[in-house]
Design a binder for this molecule. Structure first.
Ligand code: S3P
Length: 445
């Protein structure tokens, strides 16, 4: 039902025929955010870190390769079921003789900035692909500069390639203008070796995987304030190698949650999904939609809540509202939620989501452009979308525009559309979910 069109392999053009239902159980790959952090924190810990369930996708591979270029021994992410890292300690990263290539990964670049600015006397150059080199880095550079960091790049240091000269850092109290876990985590990493304590104050709390994992590694870190918006770090503690279990990524499960809801006669159970409350905004939205979902077997795995989610098709979906208070907890799920909105009976409003404009693509613009090709009734606003439910979407020639989450959202939309679709640059999915197309084929089987 899905085939890669051979002559078009360069564009990874896939043909998706509509129809069929999705039935069965699946496990989604490991959480991308947790995977990056396990690699980074394991590398600066002392002793060995063992990671089960690490995401074997392009983004974490970029992080691992950068760390390897600085002398860290990391076993194969692609082929090892359990990845091991021989940590080099807080100050053990070597000056690399090559440019550190962050690929498509914003998390790699932003967290590395925080990690490297305090490596006194060492030079580093960070580069990314075309998309990453257009994304704003000033949001990380500015607070790090307040701590004494030296980062240079195009547009007054906003755009990669970026160069870093390691400096002695000092602690600071920093209010971040955007709720971004990447910005927060970069500051926390810099704070580990700064002189004096550092406090980060976020406008709304973003995902807290760094806080949880740094504490487990032995960092002296305290979370306080309303909904954990204040995070303080005191330097001086050693990090010690840990055993980490990475849960399935709720941002990857999101495609199946929506597919199971909108594809007629579907019934799916997604096992072992991370349910960290800073990430579960999509479940709140699905409640608003009156989707049929059930959380089963909720448990704690290595400091993160995990559970299985069962979803059954529902053809009477209610429209939903997403505003700035909800956005950080579902920021990566808005592309697939905008597909879901097309199948709701009424008008969905998404506001406070201008952050989507600085993701791997401008996701508000790209989802509007692609869904309009499918006959959606969607309007783009500076900070969001208005989507009116339609009777059906129609198949068309579509394009991920190089964005992994757009590729997967369009795949699900194409299955429920009338008529065949072709999706250009469908292989973008490999950035976070290399087995996505195979899982889709198997579930439709
Ligand atoms: C991430 C944080 C989010 C998210 C990204 C991963 C992380 O970005 O969109 O995919 O791992 O910290 P922001 O922190 O920039 O919102």
């Amino acid at each position: 039902m899905i085939k890669l069109i051979p002559k078009q392999q360069k564009l990874s053009l896939r043909e998706v025929k509509p129809g069929g239902k999705l039935i069965g159980k699946l496990k989604v790959p490991g959480d991308k955010s947790i995977s990056h952090r396990a690699l980074l924190f394991g590398s600066i810990a002392e002793g060995e870190t063992i990671i089960k369930g690490l995401l074997p996708a392009e983004d974490p591979i970029s992080t691992a390769n950068c760390l390897r270029a600085m002398g860290v021994k990391i076993s194969s992410i692609e082929s090892d079921k359990v990845v091991s890292i021989q940590g080099v300690g807080l100050d053990g990263l070597k000056e690399p003789s090559e440019v550190l290539n962050c690929g498509n990964s914003g998390t790699t670049m932003r967290l590395l900035l925080g990690l490297l600015v305090g490596r006194k006397g060492r030079h580093f150059v960070l580069n990314g692909d075309k998309s990453l080199n257009k994304r704003p880095m000033q949001r990380v550079r500015q607070p790090l500069k307040l701590m004494g960091a030296e980062i240079n790049g195009r547009s007054d240091g906003d755009l990669a390639p970026l160069s870093i000269v390691g400096r002695n850092l000092h602690g600071a109290v920093i209010g971040t203008p955007v709720a971004s876990a990447q910005v927060k985590s970069a500051i926390l990493l810099a704070a580990l070796t700064a002189e004096g304590s550092t406090k980060v104050i976020e406008p709304t709390s973003s995902r807290d995987h760094s806080e949880r994992m740094l504490k487990a590694f032995g960092a002296n870190l305290e979370v306080s304030g309303e909904r954990g918006r204040h995070i303080s770090v005191w330097p001086g503690s050693k990090l010690l190698g840990q055993s980490i279990v990475v849960p399935g990524d709720i941002s990857s499960a999101a495609f199946w949650l929506i597919a199971g809801t909108i594809i007629p006669n579907s019934e799916l159970t997604i096992e072992n999904v991370g349910l960290n409350p800073t990430r579960t905004g999509i479940l709140k939205v699905m409640e608003q939609m009156e989707a049929n979902i059930e959380l089963i077997n909720i448990r704690d795995v290595a400091g993160e809540p995990v559970g299985d989610i069962k979803v059954i098709h529902n053809d009477q979906l209610k429209p939903f509202k997403i505003d700035s208070s909800l956005v950080p907890s579902l920021v990566d799920e808005i592309p697939i939620l905008s597909v879901a909105a097309c199948f709701c009976d009424g008008t969905t409003k998404i506001t406070g989501a201008s952050e989507l404009r600085v993701k791997e693509t401008d996701r508000l613009k790209v989802m509007t452009r692609q869904l309009l090709r499918m006959g959606a009734n969607i309007e783009e606003h500076p900070d969001g979308l208005t989507i009116h439910g339609v009777d059906h979407l129609k198949g068309n020639h579509l394009d991920s525009e190089t964005d992994h989450r757009v590729a997967m959202s369009l795949a699900i939309a194409s299955i429920v559309a009338k008529g065949t679709s072709t999706i250009e640059r469908s292989n973008a999915a490999a950035v976070s979910y290399p087995e996505f197309w195979n899982d889709l084929e198997r579930l439709r089987g």
